[in-house]
Design a protein around this ligand. Sequence first.
Ligand SMILES: NC(=O)c1ccc[n+]([C@@H]2O[C@H](COP(=O)([O-])OP(=O)(O)OC[C@H]3O[C@@H](n4cnc5c(N)ncnc54)[C@H](O)[C@@H]3O)[C@@H](O)[C@H]2O)c1
Length: 201
Amino acid sequence: MKKIKFGLIGCGRISAKHFEAIAEIDNAEIVACADIVESKAKEAAEKYQINAYYKDYIEMLEKEKLNAVLICTPSGLHPQMGIEAAKRKIHVVTEKPMAIDLRSADQLVQACDENGVQLFVVKQNRLNPSIQLLRKAIEKGRFGKLFSANATVRWTRPQSYYDLAKWRGTWEFDGGAFMNQASHYFDLIRWMMGPVESKLP
Ligand SMILES: NC(=O)c1ccc[n+]([C@@H]2O[C@H](COP(=O)([O-])OP(=O)(O)OC[C@H]3O[C@@H](n4cnc5c(N)ncnc54)[C@H](O)[C@@H]3O)[C@@H](O)[C@H]2O)c1
């Protein structure tokens, strides 16, 4: 069976979920990983039995015959890395948020469109049992026509979370609570209510 070959960029906290999830899929495998901190790439490669590891993700994109990349780096880097993959006809799976500003999000979408590759953004909260129930109820029309929705983010992120890495809490790489945490909820509202029809000029 021909396997879909993934490369993973950013061997930090969330990468474990990607290594473990891909390992469960018969026709997919992670063949290489990259991290700017080389020891993290090496450690991940050893732990998950990945063939090759790199310090420079561009080198990985160039040398490995990848079908897709998994982007698990600080959020502000997602568009640039996705664009580099798209330019090489490599499909893009990026952690949320896909970008921390509209301009770079649009640039990523455009690069994927122009190069005929798929772009997928991780939004795993759609699979939460309560969210699935709500979505099914809406689909069945249980609440009638929806006119309004709101969401409240009740998560706590103590100082120790922001101390985990330098990029956290920065505008450039994290984007703030709206981009980082509330983007899950914004996605859910959009998923339940339908696409945006107009926006402020
Ligand atoms: N889906 C979810 O619920 C969820 C949960 C946690 C994190 N995330 C997202 O995952 C991303 C990463 O979060 P994390 O908690 O794993 O952060 P992390 O700091 O633990 O890991 C990021 C990794 O990227 C590496 N990195 C930084 N710059 C790089 C570069 N130029 N090239 C290669 N590697 C580079 C770092 O060395 C680090 O190992 C963020 O965008 C975050 O929003 C999503």
